[in-house]
Write a protein of this length. Structure first.
Length: 412
């Protein structure tokens, strides 16, 4: 998404003007609807918590500010984009008097939470990295938020002596739900977490119902991955034996790379679905729909410098894909002639089973269009690991280390 407001800002703009521009942009995009969150974002000087960034970058509505990188240049910690912070605070329903735990520190978000809970509330922020917590504690104290408790520790352990919490906000990408997040959450309290399920990350607001967590809202997001006991690495299948075409699986790899050796030796099959997407129309629920329906669901990445044209996804960095035996396919799109920005969804498949896989993928795209497009999306439920199958309901069960997650869809 392009930040159109940022381009119009004068180089001489003050922090207060930039803050107002940021808030206006978030309200126009629909990411900021709560007057209470708006007041907090207007009060807390974001640029003071992001001294690494130029003033304009600090207030870019849709941009995170990276605060730490590793030796390879990969982001290890960041202050999330204002857009994401606004809608996660709203998802959590943070309000006066609440006890809140933030997992993943930066300082700024904890300050927002402190303003929202007020003098009668309690805020704890924790991170596994002592560099991050030292920075957060220093900045919070400098700007008058010395009542926020900063803890260095693994999120998988939580902060038992401050529990139970009315809300827990996880601001690092999580692959699993740590049992303590449920156990340290009050009954009916909300856990908001950027959860990766089948390779797709969504900010999900869960409410606690006994030993279950049930989703209340789902938003698209992206986060720096979590470190520590809950760290998880994607499984990768290299189609050609090189890094040209990488199929990424969130759980276990479907099949063996040698099964796909012959898939790339024949021309690919192309099928167009007749399903069209307008320029401003979202289709993020299609990703979750395919992830629910397809056993071999994965995502595909094509490396530019090695690209020989075997596959031609519309987005080389992220394409919805699937493996079936000795064949694989992916969803792509093409521009609609005469339509400003509109596209038609299609399917490319390769391998001996390409026709069958193309039909399967295309049918799922069309069923999404007829049954779920524009709907509320799926419902997620988190159950403890070891929950028997007969106590689970949903169209897809995703097993994690500490939990079993079900995905269900409303009937058409």
């Amino acid at each position: 998404m392009t930040n159109t407001v940022e381009a119009a800002i004068s180089p001489e703009a003050t922090p207060e003007q930039l803050r107002e521009q940021m808030i206006s942009e978030l309200k126009r995009s629909g990411d900021l609807t709560s007057p209470e969150v708006e007041t907090a974002m207007r009060k807390v000087p974001r640029h003071e918590f992001t001294p690494e960034a130029p003033l304009e970058k600090a207030y870019a509505a849709f941009d995170a500010v990276v605060t730490k990188v590793n030796e390879q240049g990969t982001a290890m910690s960041s202050v999330s984009a204002p857009q994401v912070q606004a809608f996660m605070l709203e998802q959590a329903g943070v309000g006066p008097g609440m006890r809140v735990l933030e997992i993943g520190s930066g300082g700024y978000n904890a300050a927002l939470i402190a303003d929202l809970v007020g003098e009668d509330g309690q805020v704890t922020t924790m991170d596994i990295d002592p560099d991050v917590t030292e920075r957060a504690e220093r900045l919070l104290k400098q700007h008058g938020y010395d009542t926020v408790r900063v803890v260095t520790g693994d999120a998988a352990v939580g902060v038992a002596d401050r529990a139970p919490f009315d809300a827990i906000l996880v601001t690092a990408g999580a692959w699993d739900i740590a049992p303590v997040w449920r156990d340290q959450l009050a009954e009916g309290g909300r856990l908001v977490v950027p959860l990766r399920v089948r390779g797709l990350t969504r900010s999900i607001a869960f409410a606690r119902h006994g030993d279950r967590l049930v989703s209340e809202s789902v938003r698209v997001c992206g986060f720096v991955p979590m470190q520590g006991a809950d760290e998880h690495h994607t499984q990768v299948l290299l189609v050609t034996g090189t890094e040209e075409i990488a199929l990424k699986f969130d759980d276990e790899v479907m099949g063996d790379p040698s099964d796909l050796d012959n898939a790339v030796k024949a021309p690919r099959s192309e099928t167009w679905t007749g399903v069209t997407i307008g320029r401003q129309q979202p289709f993020d629920t299609l990703q979750l729909w395919l992830a629910t329906k397809l056993d071999g669901f994965c995502t595909m990445v094509v490396r530019d410098d090695l690209d020989t044209g075997i596959v031609t996804p519309a987005n080389k960095w992220f394409a919805m894909a699937a493996v079936a035996g000795n064949s694989f396919g992916y969803v792509t799109w093409r521009r609609i002639e005469g339509d400003d920005g509109g596209v038609e969804l299609g399917v490319h498949t390769l391998g001996p089973q390409a026709p069958e896989l193309a039909e399967q993928l295309a049918d799922h795209v069309r069923s999404w269009d007829l049954e779920q497009r524009g709907g509320s999306g799926p419902r997620f439920a988190v159950h403890p690991a070891g929950t028997p199958d007969d106590q689970l309901s949903g169209e897809r069960v995703v097993n994690k280390r500490s939990s079993r997650i079900t995905i269900s869809w409303p009937e058409a």
